[in-house]
Write a protein that binds this ligand. Structure first.
Ligand code: E4P
Length: 215
């Protein structure tokens, strides 16, 4: 399963890239607005750090406007993936971008019929938002399970990108379900590495080794 970092923070991206664990980055308008600065310059900087798909979202709500933004963003780097909201106009834009061979990520997906539509129109990635479903007492991972099954049934090439991951359990379940990608905040990436028994065990080994050195 690929790991994408869900942030527009350059320091976090740089730091996580040092682990060699980051296969791509997802951004959204909220994450971009948190950082401030020029959107396109920010994307350019990310492409210099991470060699993998980098999602950049369009802001227009009409197909023509989305396409204009998409062509402009796609010029930044070959790794830019155009993030399109799962709305009717978005699907018109998606069809055109698929025909143009521009990679896409259909975002704000909350049911499997939306995911089916996105795949039929040639989306490269589809982003079910598991955390936001959990927030309203629906089981986000159930949706991932169904999308993985549907894409498998019909051999769609669209990759399932589990988004809105809020904790390490989301990553574990995404991997068990065979999702292609999980995008996660920096904090969750760090949590994946930790276990209290690892820390206790290491501390004990080092302490015992001190005794060996004294002999
Ligand atoms: C990523 O593509 C999504 O925009 C992001 O994961 C949403 O996460 P949130 O629901 O925590 O805002």
């Amino acid at each position: 399963m690929k790991f994408f970092l869900d942030t527009a923070n350059i320091h976090e991206i740089r730091d996580a890239a040092e682990y060699g664990l980051i296969d791509g980055v997802t951004t959204n308008p909220s994450l971009i607005s948190k950082e401030g600065g020029d959107f396109k310059e920010m994307l350019r900087e990310i492409t210099r750090i991470v060699n993998g798909p980098i999602s950049a979202e369009v802001l227009s709500t009409e197909a023509a406007g989305m396409l204009e933004e998409a062509y402009d963003l796609a010029k930044i780097h070959k790794n830019i993936v155009i993030k399109i909201p799962m709305i009717k106009e978005g699907m018109k834009a998606l069809k055109q971008l698929s025909a143009d061979g521009i990679p896409t990520n259909v975002t704000l997906v909350f049911n499997c019929n939306q995911a089916l539509v996105a795949a039929k129109l040639g989306a490269s990635f589809v982003s079910p938002f598991v955390g936001r479903l959990d927030d309203i007492s629906e089981v986000g991972m159930k949706l991932v399970e169904e999308i993985v099954q549907i894409y498998d049934n019909y051999e769609f090439d669209t990759q399932v990108l589990v988004a809105s991951c809020r904790n390490p359990l989301h990553i574990r379940e995404a991997a068990l379900l065979g999702a292609d990608v999980a995008t996660m905040p920096y904090k969750v990436l760090e949590q994946l590495l930790r276990h209290p028994l690892t820390d206790i065990g290491l501390e004990r080994f080092l302490k015992d080794w001190e005794k060996v050195k004294k002999q």
